[in-house]
Design a protein. Structure first.
Length: 415
């Protein structure tokens, strides 16, 4: 029995779309799932089923859900209707159109859609745009659309539309207003992990104590990279993404800092730098977060205190989104880990405190007369540099599981 009579639509069948399908097959909240691929896959419906069933990273669907005693879950394949049943959940595959406004959601009774193609990130593009728009799903019959990536508006002068919102479950999910928002961004895997690393520190020390912050994500390979070296596309500016993902550590970029400001608005007041390095693993990533904190009492910000902050935050997060460990993990240990947006590696938390000296006489705008009346014009302020490591499964265990929670929450509010 499913928990809802609602049908879920998924646009795309890439990494996040396929694993989202796995998640909801196992969760059994939605009564039926309709996946739009928009093109023929292989030669028959059995080829689609084979792609859904097997995964090079997570193994087979049945073993992922039920372990080594499992049996095949896909049955009742029908080429004409593009349908099958997976573990009792009806699944329909649409293989004709790719433009969101032309996808027959209405005809298939779908009101909630997860767009996992990554192709329609701009919510300001009108529904009838020739190359498609995320708003096209609304015209095609959906009432709510969840985007499995950050929104990106190409027109820098345009504002984010009022009917959109970016939320991370467990951080700012209450920002979603079901009466107003129809397009919901689930942010990114990196932003999700980062938010759970930043928020406990903000709650503990306050915005005024966080001076600067920076992060580097050591990130698994993604589908945007190349298996073997190839020539760049016309107009390409980043030539490194065309180098072999098997053989290289590749410097790239991340929009995590910008997206984080939509999830935790206070971060707009803090100097923040976010960088990314791609490494040749299939999934399992980590963030190295560096924060400069000021506390009036020198020596109060210690490694133990930082770890206690995360332990307490993890204990209060009853859904398991934040976890703390003092085990010595490697990236494969956290693959498929259920629900954890972030796993703090407590053994690697580090702090160093130093006194930063300010000569008040050199501060612009402060008159010499005022400075002359100060007995000690040299002020020393204790600044503590904090380094925290957080693991995340950038595919199934972290991001897709929380995307699933997002979909169920939106559905629970009613469409």
């Amino acid at each position: 029995m499913t928990e809802s009579e609602l049908k879920l639509g998924i646009n795309g069948l890439g990494r996040i779309a396929k694993l989202t399908l796995w998640h909801h097959i196992g969760r059994k909240y939605f009564s039926e799932i309709v996946v739009n691929i928009g093109r023929q896959v292989g030669t028959k419906i059995e080829d689609v089923a084979c792609f859904i069933e097997k995964d090079s990273t997570y193994g087979s669907l049945q073993q992922y859900l039920y372990g080594y005693k499992s049996k095949r879950l896909i049955e009742n394949l029908d080429e004409k209707s593009g349908s099958m049943t997976i573990d009792g959940i009806p699944l329909k595959i649409l293989r004709k159109v790719r433009n969101p406004k032309e996808i027959p959601w209405r005809e298939n009774g779908v009101e909630l859609v997860i767009d996992a193609t990554g192709q329609f990130a701009d919510p300001a593009v009108p529904a009838d745009a020739p190359r498609g728009s995320i708003r096209g799903h609304l015209e095609a019959g959906a009432r709510k659309v969840i985007h499995s990536a950050p929104f990106k508006i190409k027109d820098k002068s345009a504002e984010m539309p009022a009917d959109t919102v970016t939320t991370v479950m467990g951080i700012n999910e209450d920002d979603y207003d079901p009466s107003r928002h129809v397009l919901i961004s689930n942010a990114s895997c990196t932003t999700t992990c980062l938010a759970f690393m930043i928020k406990p520190l903000l709650d503990a020390f306050g915005l005024e104590s966080m001076l600067t912050a920076s992060m580097v994500t050591v990130h698994a390979a993604t589908g945007s990279q190349q298996v073997l070296d190839r020539s760049p596309k016309t107009g390409a500016t980043d030539l490194r993404k065309n180098r072999s993902v098997f053989n290289n550590i590749i410097l790239t970029t991340t929009g995590a800092a910008k997206t984080l400001s939509h999830v935790i608005p206070e971060m707009r007041q803090i100097g923040f730098i976010a960088e990314s390095v791609r490494v040749p693993v299939s999934t399992g990533s980590m963030i190295m977060l560096v924060v400069d904190l000021h506390d009036e009492t020198e020596g109060r910000i210690t490694r133990n205190r930082i770890n206690e902050i995360y332990k307490d935050a993890a204990a209060r997060e009853k859904r398991g989104y934040l976890m703390f460990t003092e085990e010595q993990n490697v990236s494969s240990d956290i693959i498929g880990y259920p629900l954890a947006a972030t796993i703090i590696e407590g053994t690697e938390t580090h702090t160093r405190t130093a006194n930063l000296s300010f000569d008040l006489s050199r501060i612009q705008g402060l008159s010499k007369a005022v400075v002359s009346q100060i007995a000690q014009p040299i002020v020393r302020i204790p600044i503590t540099k904090v380094v925290v490591y957080g693991w995340y499964d950038n595919e199934m265990g972290s991001y897709t599981a929380m995307l699933g929670d997002q979909a169920v929450r939106v559905a629970d509010f009613g469409l």
